[in-house]
Design a protein around this ligand. Structure first.
Ligand code: FE2
Length: 446
């Protein structure tokens, strides 16, 4: 594994993963906070509601007591019960009843009793009037709700009243004013619950993060090892055919570099350049299957010999099809002898029907062949090379690509001319690095 891949991996593991986990944690925290806050509020309000409800139950029981003792009307009985309750000690630090109302099916509102000392009693009265029609006297469900008025928070409670025989006679409605300290306590308890929920989420993340990092690192290392092995295969296969054909890797290195530069010039997507690199490196791999007497023949090939030589294209396709990783180099391996005017082989494809990678490679391959010294020819000068390429623009080569190539050719010639295998390998490694380690960043995230 080299340093660039390590940096790329580090970026993926520590930055990408950390960022995603942070986002997930924040979202989860918000969700948990919301749920916990609601549950905490509900629990505390429920406590207050039960207290208010108990008190109303007591009031109802006392009223019945007075009624059973005889000699009093319901109206008087309730007033006596309320007065009696006022003297009963209970924890007023939580809050206090500021309003009772008893309504019967027969008489409508029978009793309205307000705490006239309460300075905001008019607000309460107004609320009671405004909501009077919301809950009918026939409705036997118990209403328990928290009401927020301008001056404070109240528990609004409505419960049905029954006579001794169990028949519905009306309902009892109360407003219980919560003290500010109760409201503060409710809020602070809710906040504390949220705080603990957040703490739990954060701690869980802190515990899981190293585990996830460790597993991901192992997975990424494994993927990088696999990628390294695949790249080794690419190099070994390319090198094997170079050994048979020309005793040098330099041609393979140079055509791959040239093709990549042209692809970058025409803004091919990275994924396509990756396929181009594989194809460029292995373009003549099928020559492994060509007999030496033809492959290494110094003179011109006979027609039948050339027919055999042409089969290196299909042999190459067959070889790379054995590897899922190499298979996408097929455009170049299969199309590198096609010509723009349709006079190439093996398919005789024309212009745009020839894959883009193969059209790019064809220019690169011929450019390199011309500028290089071969056993049977001297190297052409840069000017001569470009003149030949331009002459074949539109027949052998895609004219648009030739014109793009013209723009980068002088610089490429300067960069590659006279470079030995080692220097070229360094340039190629940089290219491989760029296009073959990018997948690591997207590992698991697609
Ligand atoms: Fe070839």
């Amino acid at each position: 594994m080299n340093s660039n891949k390590k940096r790329s991996l580090k970026h993926f593991v520590y930055v990408t993963l950390a960022r995603r986990i942070l986002i997930a944690t924040v979202l989860l925290s918000l969700l948990v906070s919301l749920i916990v806050h609601n549950i905490a509020s509900d629990n505390i309000y429920e406590h207050v509601l039960i207290m208010a409800h108990d008190r109303v139950e007591t009031l109802r029981a006392r009223t019945n007591e007075y009624l059973e003792n005889g000699g009093t009307t319901l109206h008087q009985a309730v007033y006596q019960a309320i007065d009696a309750l006022s003297s009963v000690h209970y924890n007023k630090s939580i809050g206090d009843f500021v309003f009772y109302q008893i309504s019967t099916l027969n008489d409508g509102v029978l009793i309205d009793k307000y705490d006239s000392n309460y300075p905001y009693i008019d607000n309460v009265k107004q609320y009671v009037v405004d909501t009077a029609s919301d809950h009918s006297l026939e409705d036997t469900t118990v209403l328990k709700e928290i009401v927020q008025l301008d001056d404070g928070s109240y528990v609004h409670l409505i419960m049905p009243l029954y006579d001794k025989t169990g028949s519905l006679i009306g309902n009892l409605r109360t407003m219980f004013l919560l003290t500010q300290s109760t409201v503060d306590t409710l809020q602070s308890r809710a906040y504390m619950a949220v705080f603990y929920a957040l703490l739990i989420v954060m701690l869980t993340t802190a515990i899981l993060y190293p585990v996830i990092i460790n597993l991901t690192r192992k997975l990424a290392n494994f993927s990088i090892d696999l990628l390294d092995s695949n790249i080794e295969t690419l190099k070994v296969l390319g090198s094997a055919i170079a050994k048979r054909d020309s005793d040098t890797n330099a041609h393979n290195y140079r055509v791959t570099i040239i093709a990549t530069r042209l692809a970058e010039k025409v803004n091919l997507p990275d994924r396509q350049i990756e396929s181009l690199i594989k194809g460029a490196f292995l373009h003549d791999v099928g020559k492994i299957g060509i007999p030496d007497k033809i492959l290494l023949k110094p003179g011109k090939l006979s027609e039948s010999e050339f027919a055999v030589m042409k089969t290196h294209v299909e042999k190459g396709l067959e070889i790379i099809s054995r590897s899922a990783w190499l298979a996408n180099g097929k455009d170049v391996v299969g199309g590198h002898h096609e010509k723009y005017d349709g006079s190439g082989y093996p398919e005789g494809l024309e212009s745009g029907k020839i894959p883009m990678n193969a059209r790019i490679f064809a220019i690169s391959d011929v450019f390199d062949a011309l500028i290089s010294k071969r056993p049977y020819k001297e190297a052409f000068s840069f000017e001569e090379t470009m003149q030949i390429l331009l002459e074949k623009s539109g027949t052998h080569f895609d004219p648009q690509l030739v014109s793009q190539f013209e723009a980068i050719a002088p610089e490429l010639y300067q960069e590659l001319h006279g470079k030995n295998d080692e220097a070229l390998r360094k340039i190629l490694n940089t290219i491989i690095q760029k296009y073959f380690s990018t997948g690591i960043d997207t590992l698991s995230y697609g």
